[in-house]
Write a protein that binds this ligand. Structure first.
Ligand code: 5AD
Ligand code: SF4
Length: 473
């Protein structure tokens, strides 16, 4: 513990950038009431990191005098913060851009911008189609938005897709557009150096870099003051976080120590970087959720090697076993890709068998989608036919749904501590919230219980996706 504190100023020493935070909140209120303020509508696609970036972009735009707008028809500027991870993610954005072109007919001054991964991947190619896109901004260039908007105001198109080795937006206070007021995301690092052969992220988000420790702790402090009860530390590969002498386990410990009533989560982890130190830190603090999203991608060693994942099935299973021996109630989720280049039927069976062996709480499952410029696109033909990929995907989905259902059924009769997030989507009469394992629980409203409370819920029924229960005293 002590060696942990030596190189990091203790919490009292943290620089408070209250000016910028209050500034943004103040501007937000001021701009929202100013009838002349220009209106910004932002749509976000893809991962949590993109949602977190949207909150940075909103902060920069509010400082420029914009106000946020929820209807694209009323907007002066429409931004699409985009994802390139699979081809269908990009396809959705192209369709949306075409819809917005028709808004331009009624509102010739409308500015449409593409931000994020697609901006980085396609660069000025996005400007080639007539009247579709006016501004293209990559994930590391959001500070340049004031200049880019004024270039567009003067009648030009504007592009900045420079990637950076340092940018972390550490000093920019996000405007919590996507938040329920209870749970917030904190970006702790950007980029990725892993070079998995299927993945476009190292090309769209650039080199890995970690955000300064104090700015992260400061953001947590502000969230605590605002009444937040849960933070998720975000990065493409949080376990390789390192800022000077502070590694991820140490950062996690510092965050957990700030308030024992603050739940702490993190995502995403690369199996190769899950250290025992991290697992032990998780076990040591009640307020660090016993949940790891640990993408395995495939259960077969030849495919894992071709994917450049740098671990084997056996190595992965050992990490899972160690994690569970340190935290017996640990919940796990994963990502699976089916139909990667040259994957045989037998190799696909290995993926099914790893799902059975680990028994994840949940999985995100995808068909392999070749991304231009990636290692796999350059080296290996995308030779598994689409109908085979679809069949394999259905097989993994069917198996995983059954496992999730069985795991949820096993929760019937158990009582969990739940952080209330608000009314359930299904009914105003029900509340919802998550337990430590990140499972969603739905339960009838009870007098006096409100958003942000920790309560005890006993599970009565379960589906593969939700636990249904009752508040107990
Ligand atoms: N095709 C399909 N899925 C992909 N992923 C990343 N790249 C691809 C691709 N080219 C999946 C991986 C990753 C998750 C975020 O998206 O499973 O963990
Ligand atoms: Fe996020 Fe990756 Fe999609 Fe970019 S490509 S938005 S980093 S999931």
């Amino acid at each position: 513990m002590n060696n942990l504190i030596t190189d990091i100023p203790i919490l009292d020493d943290i620089k408070i950038h209250d000016e910028s935070v209050q500034g943004t909140a103040f501007e937000s209120v001021q701009n929202q009431h100013n009838p002349n303020a220009r209106k910004l509508y932002i749509e976000t696609y893809g991962c949590q990191m993109n949602f977190s970036d949207t909150e940075i972009v909103a902060s920069i735009m509010l400082k420029m005098g914009f106000k946020t707008e929820t209807n694209p028809k009323n907007a002066d500027v429409i931004f699409l913060n985009t994802c390139s991870i699979r081809e269908n993610a990009e396809q959705k954005v192209w369709e949306r851009l075409k819809q917005y072109r028709s808004l331009k007919k009624h509102n010739p001054g409308l500015i449409v911008g593409v931000l994020g991964c697609m901006a980085e991947r396609l660069k000025s190619k996005l400007l080639e189609q007539d009247k579709l896109v006016d501004i293209v901004v990559g994930p590391d260039a959001y500070r340049d938005l004031p200049n880019l908007i004024s270039e567009v105001d003067s009648g030009q198109k504007a592009v900045n897709v420079l990637l950076s080795l340092e940018e972390t937006y550490a000093d920019i206070s996000p405007v919590r557009l996507n938040s329920n007021g209870v749970s917030a995301f904190i970006s702790i690092m950007r980029g990725c150096d892993n070079m998995c052969s299927f993945c476009v992220v190292p090309f769209t988000r650039g080199r890995e870099r970690s955000r300064e420790v104090n700015s992260i702790l400061h953001e947590v402090e502000i969230l605590l003051k605002e009444g937040y009860r849960e933070v998720t530390l975000l990065g493409q590969n949080v376990d390789s976080y390192r800022y000077h002498n502070t590694n991820f386990a140490q950062l996690l410990e510092l965050v957990a120590q700030m308030d024992r009533n603050l739940r702490v989560r993190f995502t995403t982890s690369h199996p190769k970087d899950i250290s025992n130190q991290l697992l032990e830190t998780m076990a040591k603090y009640n307020n660090i959720c016993k949940f790891i999203h640990l993408p395995v991608q495939s259960g077969n060693n030849r495919i894992l090697n071709k994917m450049n994942r740098t671990y084997t099935r056996e190595w992965y299973l050992e990490r899972v076993q160690t994690a569970r021996s340190i935290m017996p109630n640990l919940a796990l989720s994963t990502d699976i890709i089916v139909g990667f280049c040259s994957e045989t039927e037998e190799e696909h069976q290995d993926t099914l068998s790893i799902l059975e062996e680990v028994r994840y709480e949940h999985a995100y499952m995808f068909k392999y989608s070749e991304r231009p410029g990636t290692l796999a696109a350059r080296k290996y033909p995308d030779d598994v036919p689409d109908q085979v990929k679809t069949r394999r995907l259905n097989e993994v989905i069917t198996l995983q749904t059954q496992i999730s259902r069985e795991k949820n059924l096993a929760d019937i009769g158990k009582t969990f501590t739940v952080l209330v997030e608000g009314a359930s989507k299904r009914s105003e009469k029900d509340l919802c919230g998550r337990n430590d394992a990140n499972k969603m629980l739905v339960f009838p409203y009870k007098e006096g219980v409100k958003k942000g409370d920790y309560i005890q819920v006993k599970v009565k029924q379960a589906t593969s996706a939700t636990l249904i229960g009752e508040i107990v005293d």
